[in-house]
Design a protein around this ligand. Structure first.
Ligand SMILES: Nc1ncnc2c1ncn2[C@@H]1O[C@H](COP(=O)(O)OP(=O)(O)OP(=O)(O)O)[C@@H](O)[C@H]1O
Length: 312
């Protein structure tokens, strides 16, 4: 198995509004793709078209080498969906909810029982299996929704903003559960407007805005899109012994200035000469007190690419 999910030219028009505009991306098997964008960017519409909840205006979706169409049921069994809106039966227990979904996927008898137990364990709801979800916190209900989506052990899981409006403990349970699933080989497509979650989980990131993909890559690749130089401040002792010319002479040091104890550097991201700078300082008998590198994050990337904050 070499190809996972391949989305090509996906487009959705609502009347004259183009909600998703020629979106293309790929997800390698066993990796997590973070689909990051502000509210209204088109993330849900994209997921809903891929999973067949919504008809697409145009485009093509291929999963594990097969064309993903509403009638290709064999390939449809290989993915699960955690929708943005909860879909839970309040009058069934947690285990019965999961069992119901397992039944829909054709699981029966012992296989179904084992699958329900396993799915509830992944989201840490084993101790609540026989309780009604109406008694659950919002976070526990979301975790139950995840158990329902993974009971048939899909190879790929779509999750649409699964942590919106829940407590930090439940959020952490969910993020940890995703990490466990990935470790077991599952492919995950995860939409969020929380930069921190995408940074923690995603192997690759698609940034989407106004229905269009504005960047696609690893976190490091995206950060490199907006900067080819980074600023580093090194606080030193014995600054009087520091020979600035020797630092400036290091390949990849674009700028070096000394203000009292603070050695301020502008370094090439590609050649990353920080090690060389530190060795040179040690050679000069200059002790390093601390190193400060302001973090370049996805928020910075989004701001640079769009002129707006992710959560305006
Ligand atoms: N059924 C619909 N009819 C008309 N417009 C729609 C419909 N569904 C979504 N839209 C519009 O399409 C755009 C994209 O919405 P979408 O829900 O995909 O965004 P999103 O990135 O998932 O944001 P959110 O996090 O708020 O759900 C929005 O402008 C939205 O108003």
């Amino acid at each position: 198995m070499t190809t996972g999910l391949v989305v090509t030219g996906l487009t959705k028009k609502f009347g004259t509004q183009v909600a998703v505009d020629n979106v293309s991306f790929t997800v390698a098997p066993g990796t997590v793709l973070g689909l990051l964008g502000p509210n209204g960017a088109g993330k849900s519409t994209t997921i809903n078209m891929i999973t067949g909840l919504l008809n697409k205006t145009s485009g093509r979706v291929e999963l594990f080498g097969e064309n993903l169409t509403p009638t290709n049921t064999a390939i449809r069994r290989r993915f699960g969906v955690v929708p943005q809106e909860l879909a839970i039966f309040d009058d069934l227990s947690a285990a019965e909810n999961v069992r119901y979904f397992g039944g829909l996927y054709g699981l029966r008898g012992t296989a179904l029982k084992t699958a329900v137990t396993r799915a509830l364990a992944v989201v840490d709801l084993t101790d609540h299996a026989n309780q009604r979800p109406a008694t659950f916190s919002g976070g526990m209900q979301r975790r139950l929704n995840i158990a329902m989506a993974i009971v048939h052990q899909p190879d790929l899981l779509f999750m649409d903003e699964p942590t919106v409006g829940i407590d930090p403990q439940s959020r952490n349970y969910i993020l940890t559960a995703i990490e466990k699933m990935r470790a077991n080989g599952m492919t995950v497509v995860y939409t969020s407007h929380y930069m921190e979650e995408v940074e923690r989980l995603a192997d690759n990131i698609v940034i989407i805005d106004h229905g269009q993909v504005i960047a696609h890559g690893t976190e490091a690749e995206l950060v490199n899109l907006v900067t080819d130089a980074k600023q580093v401040t090194i606080v030193v002792n014995h600054a009087d012994q520091l020979e600035l010319a020797a630092i400036t002479a290091i390949a990849g040091v674009q700028q070096a200035t000394l203000h009292e104890q603070n050695l301020q550097l502008v370094l090439d991201v590609a050649s990353n000469p920080l090690n060389q700078v530190l060795m040179t300082l040690i050679d000069q008998g200059v002790a390093v007190d601390s190193i400060d590198q302001p973090k370049l994050d996805l928020e910075t990337v989004f701001l640079n690419l769009t002129g707006r904050n992710l959560r305006d």
